[in-house]
Design a protein around this ligand. Structure first.
Ligand code: 4AD
Ligand code: MG
Length: 461
């Protein structure tokens, strides 16, 4: 392996020889010399390689290089006279490692994101997607750092599960039974008892219930892994497969949960602003003007906090004609969430204490018996980015809540059992990782945040 472009460009002075391997963003063949913009994805900028006619392979190799070629270059690091970079490489040897065929789709012009989705195997080589992938990486590292520094244990929650963590029935089935002729029980239903796991199994929608097992033993845990939702939502904020971060804390209430969510978001944003400065500058210039200021503002100012009841009052008084009218008891739609965060306060907002009817069975029933200890963090342009709650840790209340939701105690037996033995107040939240990165980069569509987006009708790459 050679030197990375990042390590060379971050040198403080010229001098020394390097070996670089990467792909050509552009190849400009001037009258005298050729300029090769070589990128290896290690940082936003490509490095300029200057190749002159003294090279043995100048005519045979260099002059025929074009966009997309994989090359290996040996050369000297010199001060660059050109604008836009302080160092460049004067080639002493240029080797073509992999050529491109005539129909290479990434020509120099800018391509629409929609088109790039149809060539998702090549789009990481573009400026935008390289930047998205590096931001994802730095954000993921910052997430682990945040929890590790605070003594949280990373719990590896399962992907295949028998329980519906949200009780909302949006799960993908995992089965080995023959699709055309599954075994049936006497009453004609599919007999999942004969299936691989001996029961009906699905891909998880959330690692929360397992995180609760972890928290009620290790006090502070978090999960960070793929989750799946079979909801037929063709929106710019929904994926069928996305990564979720779910901290869970024992001996913690909703206030502690909200504090953690705020601190966590600020930490992660600050880490990306610092660790991906060049990529973030690109998003500012080419994708979303003002994004740097917005993010810095989020890092520097306290989040607004209000109750669902207050939020509904604000929406009712807003004088806005919403597509979905608001009144106490309805779930907030994305248009409501965006009004609150973008227009009412112009920064993130935490809405708490939602009506019990619209929230999941596991949320703590408040003393008013009308609301539950839930909280959502809403941010401009995206709406909900974090959803969390204090959990119902009282056995009898939880049993009532399961019954209210038409869920069977049998299926949740171990979840109930945790309330029978050493139960303690606990709370946590889930952050959609792609929504976070979407917020950070200002990208309009979440399909351009996941490297391999899974959405209704598409899982090609
Ligand atoms: O609000 P949700 O459904 O909450 C839970 O799953 C809880 N069990 C979390 C917890 O308390 N441990 O999902 C959490 C977050 C949302 O706020 C959103 O950011 C993201 O997951 N999310 C999605 N992201 C992309 N595509 C989807 N289809 C998403 N559904 C939820
Ligand atoms: Mg939610």
């Amino acid at each position: 392996m050679g030197d990375s472009v990042r390590s060379v460009l971050s040198r403080s002075e010229a001098g020394g020889s390097v070996t670089l391997e990467g792909w050509l963003r552009t190849a400009r063949h001037g009258k005298e010399v050729s300029f090769l913009a070589l990128s290896d994805g290690s940082c936003f900028a490509p490095i300029q390689v200057v190749a002159n006619p003294e090279l043995d392979e100048f005519e045979s190799v260099v002059r025929s290089l074009g966009n997309g070629c994989a090359v290996r270059v040996e050369g000297e690091v010199v001060a660059s006279p050109g604008k836009g970079q302080s160092l460049e490489v004067h080639a002493t040897r240029v080797e073509l490692v992999g050529g491109v065929e005539d129909d290479y789709p990434l020509q120099k012009k800018r391509h629409g994101f929609e088109y790039l989705r149809t060539i998702a195997h090549l789009r990481p080589r573009t400026n935008t997607f390289g930047a998205v992938l590096r931001v994802r990486n730095v954000a993921a590292r910052a997430i682990h750092e945040f929890f590790q520094e605070r003594g949280f244990v990373w719990l590896h929650s399962p992907i295949v599960t028998l329980s519906d963590a949200e009780g909302a029935g949006q799960m993908f089935r995992v089965t080995q039974l023959p699709a055309d002729d599954p075994p049936r029980t006497e009453d004609g239903a599919v007999d999942f008892g004969q299936d691989f796991f001996g029961a009906e199994a699905h891909l998880t929608v959330s690692g929360q219930l397992e995180a609760e097992i972890g928290a009620l033993a290790l006090s502070k845990v978090y999960t960070f892994g793929p989750t799946f939702r079979a909801e037929d939502s063709n929106t710019s904020r929904h994926l069928a497969e996305f990564w979720m971060v779910e901290p869970e804390m024992a001996f913690c209430d909703l206030a502690g949960d909200m504090d953690l969510a705020e601190e966590f978001l600020k930490h992660t944003l600050a880490a990306v602003l610092e660790g991906c400065a060049d990529d973030m500058e690109f998003f500012e210039q080419r994708v979303s003007k003002g994004i740097l200021e917005t993010l810095q503002h989020v890092v520097d100012s306290p989040f607004e906090r209000l109750s669902y009841t207050e939020a509904v009052e604000i929406l009712e008084k807003s004088g806005r004609e919403f597509e979905y009218p608001v009144r106490w008891g309805v779930d907030l739609q994305s248009e409501h969430e965006r009004y609150l965060t973008e227009e009412h306060v112009k920064r993130p907002i935490v809405v708490r204490d939602y009506p019990r009817e619209i929230k999941a069975f596991y949320m703590y029933l408040n003393d008013d018996e009308k609301t539950v200890g839930a909280m959502d963090v809403l941010v401009p342009k995206i709406g909900e980015i974090v959803g969390g709650s204090q959990r119902e840790h009282r056995l009898e209340v939880l049993r009532t809540r399961l019954a209210d939701h038409g869920l069977s105690e049998e299926q949740y037996w171990w979840y109930l059992d945790l309330r029978r033995h050493g139960s303690a107040p606990h709370a946590g939240f889930g952050l959609g990782f792609e929504r976070l990165v979407q917020f950070m980069t200002g990208m309009a569509n979440i399909r351009d945040i996941a490297p391999f987006p899974r959405v209704p009708g598409n899982a090609e790459f």
